[in-house]
Ligand binder design. Sequence first.
Ligand SMILES: C[S@@+](CC[C@H](N)C(=O)[O-])C[C@H]1O[C@@H](n2cnc3c(N)ncnc32)[C@H](O)[C@@H]1O
Length: 205
Amino acid sequence: MASNYDNSAWFYDNLSRLVYGKALVNAQVYLLQFVKPDSTILIAGGGTGWILEELARIHPTGLKITYIEISAKMISLSKKRWIADNEVVFVNSAVEDVPITTQFDVLITPFLFDNFKEETLQKIFSHLHAQLEAGGLWLNTDFQLSGKWWQNVLLKSMFIFFRLICSIETSVLPDIKRKFEQYNYVIVAEKNFFGDFTSSTAYSK
Ligand SMILES: C[S@@+](CC[C@H](N)C(=O)[O-])C[C@H]1O[C@@H](n2cnc3c(N)ncnc32)[C@H](O)[C@@H]1O
């Protein structure tokens, strides 16, 4: 069964701020500086949509954004966001089920891949890879284990919680960085947040 964040939509951002403060926001906002004016952007798994407001703050006009979310409740919260004069097309679907029609300049996957087992990660990764222009940017943020004991505890707790509430399929972190290596992506910039527990990476195709 696909994960469904509908059950968590109403408290997701508050819970995130409670546990991580602004770290998960800062981790994603850090990458937005690499978005060029007038870009076409695909955001997969954007949650409640606050990232649209952060993008609008940097580029109030000229962006063409396709916002794909599997959760209907997350989409409905996202539609209320301030987007300035940017164009946003909201798609309520699993990203892997949306047919490829466009090549984007930028892909944004913020805490998406940690939901999946390796097989699903492979499927979704290759589907997204096919939608990025040669030379395009892929901005990925996700958890990583850098050897600190508390990271394992926090990660396990999150998996248990989101398995219960949102039926996420995995209970281990898939090897996300390895996937970018396998597809020969080049790291343009990278920064860790929350004691190295999250990694924000700008990749070039
Ligand atoms: C861990 S949450 C992160 C939300 C947001 N990026 C943030 O950091 O606040 C993962 C999001 O991905 C969405 N999602 C999960 N699987 C998806 C899929 N296959 N296609 C599109 N969205 C998906 C969920 O509904 C959820 O909103």
